[in-house]
Design a protein around this ligand. Structure first.
Ligand SMILES: *Cc1c(COP(=O)(O)O)cnc(C)c1O
Length: 356
């Protein structure tokens, strides 16, 4: 994923439809009101009642013993990895996994573990691929410590791992002495799309986390969950990395608000994604992947443009998208995007292709 920062300078036309990422949402007035009204205390001491309420609610929702509020999803991944693994350990994940491609090499820099990327269509791999990656426990092989799965698979097209598939993979991992971790940045998108409860999706995992800054629409926050023992150890890493906060209740209140108001509506984002893919499919030269959730990937090679030239031209038409590879473009639907804006974006991108 090319996360080259989105340029927003005065020389560019006004941005009308921001499909760059689902992180582009802004807290709604009602969310801000809930944040302002939050009861607060010193989080580092365990005295922030709103943060405690969020943690309790998340642990219950995911069917785990305990939870930890953190500033970001990246910190959830890195603290979970640091807690599960030791230097020299091996982590198995898809080759496009966020922990491998997009966290600045943090696994090597912080834990000193290594990641082996597994292959498979749409950001997913199967049981045979996992079995083939297992190594004998010899003094030569890196100790295999962790299986990591991304739900939904981001660059896999926002694809949803099937419950049976993740349960099978987690069982294989556990039988072979590996622990299991879910990067649940967009877990609720998967749950809404599949009609499966979060605690069922979470059942096979020793740890997992949910991001509140993607489709759920807050400005800050992610929650990591697991056993009491795991979260106890994770707390030390939170302290070490400077992730302990103070009156974090204002942030946690935004997350609680999102749990109450922004989950069921993810279905609207998914409908908008389908609407967008249908519209893009009508534009000559564009081939859109069938979206399962809120991420729409499409190939622009047939237009004679690259993803970079396409996204620059779209920006000139007031539409922001991101790029993933030479010809692959990503557009995300989210809380701040209406069906009318989808139609506006399709029209603008049609004009981009026509001009090319
Ligand atoms: C965004 C994202 C992350 C990182 O989350 P931040 O809150 O931005 O740190 C991790 N994994 C996936 C799949 C993501 O999309």
């Amino acid at each position: 994923m090319d996360y080259t920062p989105l340029r927003m300078d005065a020389s560019q036309p006004k941005l009308r439809v921001n499909l760059y990422s689902d992180t582009q949402t802004r807290p709604t007035p009602a969310m801000k009101a809930a944040m302002l009204a939050a009861e607060v205390g010193d989080e580092q001491f365990g005295w922030d009642p709103t943060t405690n309420a969020l943690q309790e609610r998340m642990a219950a929702m995911m069917g785990k013993e305990a939870a930890l509020f953190l500033p970001s999803g990246t910190m959830c991944n890195q603290i979970a990895i640091a807690t599960h693994c030791r230097p020299g350990d091996e982590i198995l994940a898809h080759e496009t996994a966020h922990i491998l491609t997009s966290e600045g090499g943090a696994v090597g820099a912080i834990t000193g573990a290594q990641i082996t990327g597994l292959k498979g269509a749409r950001g997913m791999f199967d049981a045979d691929t996992l079995r083939a990656a297992l190594r004998p426990r010899t003094r030569y092989a890196p100790p295999q410590a962790l299986l990591e799965i991304e739900q939904t698979a981001n660059t896999g097209g926002g694809a949803v791992w099937k419950l049976e598939a993740i349960n099978e993979l987690c069982a294989i991992a556990h039988e072979n002495g590996l622990r299991t971790h879910m990067d649940g940045a967009r877990l609720m998108n998967a749950c809404v799309a599949a009609g499966i409860a979060a605690k069922d999706m979470a059942a096979g995992f020793d740890s997992l986390w949910l991001d509140f800054t993607k489709g759920l629409g807050t400005g800050v926050g992610a929650v990591l969950v697991g056993s009491k023992e795991f979260i106890g150890a994770a707390w030390r890493w939170k302290q070490r990395l400077g992730g302990s906060m103070r009156q974090s209740g204002m942030l946690a209140a935004g997350c609680l608000y999102a749990l109450d108001h922004h989950i069921d509506r993810l279905a609207e984002d998914h409908a908008n994604a389908k609407r967008l893919a249908r519209g893009l499919g009508q534009i000559p030269g564009i081939v859109a992947e069938e979206p399962e959730t809120n991420l729409v990937f499409f190939n622009v090679q047939g237009t004679g443009m690259t993803s970079a030239s396409f996204s620059d031209a779209a920006r000139q038409h007031g539409v922001a998208v991101s790029t993933n590879g030479k010809y692959r473009v990503r557009a995300c639907t989210h809380l701040d995007i209406s069906a009318a804006q989808i139609d506006e974006a399709v029209q603008a991108m049609g004009a981009v292709v026509k001009a090319a």
